[in-house]
Write a protein that binds this ligand. Sequence first.
Ligand code: ZN
Length: 144
Amino acid sequence: MLSISTRPGRSFIGRLTKGDDLLQALEKFCEEHNITLGEVRALGAVTKARVGFYNQEERKYYFLDFDQPLEILALVGNVSLKDGKPMVHAHVTLADHEGRAIGGHLAPGAPVFACEFAIHEYQADQTLNRANDPETGLMLWPAS
Ligand code: ZN
């Protein structure tokens, strides 16, 4: 198990631009504001979406494409460093026109229709850098 102690940093609230790629726009915001550790929340709607499911046996992501307008019921994510740059790791729950929920690991390929986000930065004495985790095959924070 790993945990680090954090202190509140800056907080931001805003909206993304229609047509932005949801994940890439959040990462760009973090890069532009030098946010290297934090959490992200958002809600709104996308015109379509691409989410991943990690097959634990095969250690491989499978991507699901939903080519239809969807509500973003909840996006929860965090910000840390990967290859020295801020990376947003986010999961989304989305709903279709009948209210049915789908979701997964947010991938590029979800254009924003409207999106309101909040980002809370954390200050810490150390950084969290993602690296390959041999036990899972995922890019995770160090285990200790
Ligand atoms: Zn994930």
